[in-house]
Design a protein around this ligand. Structure first.
Ligand SMILES: NC(=O)c1ccc[n+]([C@@H]2O[C@H](COP(=O)([O-])OP(=O)(O)OC[C@H]3O[C@@H](n4cnc5c(N)ncnc54)[C@H](O)[C@@H]3O)[C@@H](O)[C@H]2O)c1
Length: 324
């Protein structure tokens, strides 16, 4: 990287954790950025507003932001007509495995119907590359580790995971029938500054700093390839620039880490000891997600951030943002 780019990129979910960080990286290298977000209240929308007005403060006036829903076909059409984006990074979704069990039809509506609308318009307006968020949750209870893109993912265990798998299938249709280049990125547990409060990796920092107990599922016997936000963003840009005709790629940290080691790093950087409530496995959740990242590596991408450094940055941001 380091190279200047000018293409206009449309980011859906631009006020989200990954979307806002991606927008920043794109603008830093010269891309024009257009975003949409509906600022829904699945978690505190003020954090989404602050990502735009505080985190992206230095870029005010340099990007366009549409406040609206990706299911609103009229609005989407207006955006495509006016902005004529050359590439799309589709990140808007209802995220969260556990919440999807409570409201599956909303997940299907946003994550599947919304995605199809965007694929249709991408074809109609001749978009050159459609990069979208899938998820490591598509692997369900896959027993073989590490998880490879070649593995069968026909047994999702949450509505959320099923919607992400459905997106991969639909993307294949659009690549095959219409020649739209699509790359689905299966993100593995992303953490870092401006992160998502509904995720365990965020709640641990919040509760430990506030002297509250933390809930640790499967009695702490969980393993994850935790992935620092900057590494996710650099992977998204590699996929965006590569224009593969059709691809599915894992993007995860290069180490299979124990959840208890992640918690220990939070204790180290907060200077506080966690009070752990050990609980059984949650429905829909999986004990182990371990990524085979050789496909992304073959494109020249490499995750660079160790959890010690990543958590240090995350805790520092949390303290500054929440004045703790
Ligand atoms: N963070 C992770 O660990 C992780 C892991 C796997 C996959 N993903 C996927 O990556 C993508 C981005 O995740 P994130 O962590 O940044 O989540 P996020 O919730 O912070 O960002 C998603 C954004 O999309 C917006 N949005 C939701 N529904 C919308 C709609 N109907 N219309 C317009 N905007 C809408 C939300 O307001 C939010 O700002 C999602 O597709 C998510 O499923 C994330």
């Amino acid at each position: 990287m380091g190279e200047q780019k000018t293409e206009k990129v449309f980011i859906t979910g631009g006020a989200g954790f990954i979307g806002s960080a991606t927008a920043k990286a794109l603008m830093d290298r010269g891309n024009e950025v257009v975003m949409i977000d509906n600022f829904n209240d699945y978690y505190d929308p003020q954090l989404k507003r602050d990502r735009i007005s505080v985190f992206l403060a230095d870029y005010t006036g340099k990007f366009s932001l549409y406040e609206g829903d990706i299911r609103d076909e009229t609005l989407l059409r207006e955006i495509f007509q006016k902005e004529k984006p050359e590439k799309i990074i589709h990140l808007a979704a209802m995220a969260g495995v556990r919440n999807s069990l409570k409201n599956p039809s909303l997940y299907v509506d946003v994550n599947i119907v919304g995605t199809v609308r965007l694929l249709d318009l991408a074809v109609e307006y001749g978009v050159k590359n459609f990069v979208y968020a899938s998820s490591s949750s598509v692997y369900g209870n896959n027993e073989k580790v590490p998880f490879s893109e070649e593995d069968s993912v026909d047994r999702p265990i949450s509505p959320y995971a099923a919607t992400k798998k459905a997106d991969e299938l639909l993307a294949h249709v659009y690549s095959h029938i219409h020649g739209l280049p699509t790359t689905g990125l299966r993100f593995f547990t992303v953490y870092g500054p401006w992160g998502r409060p509904d995720m365990g990796v965020f709640a641990f920092i919040e509760n430990i700093l506030n002297g509250k107990p933390i809930e640790v599922y499967n009695h702490g016997d969980m393993r994850r390839n935790f992935t620092y936000i900057d590494d996710i963003v650099s992977g998204i840009l590699v996929a965006l620039d590569t224009d593969l005709p059709y691809a599915i790629m894992n993007i995860g940290g290069d180490r299979d880490e124990a959840l208890l080691d992640y918690i220990a790093a939070v204790e180290k950087h907060t200077g506080k000891t966690a009070e752990k409530i050990l609980l059984p496995m949650q429905p829909g959740d999986v004990p182990r997600t371990v990524a085979d990242i050789s496909r992304m590596r073959a494109l020249g991408w490499e995750p660079k951030t160790r959890i010690d450094e990543g958590i240090r940055n995350f805790v520092e941001w949390y303290r500054g943002y929440f004045h703790k």
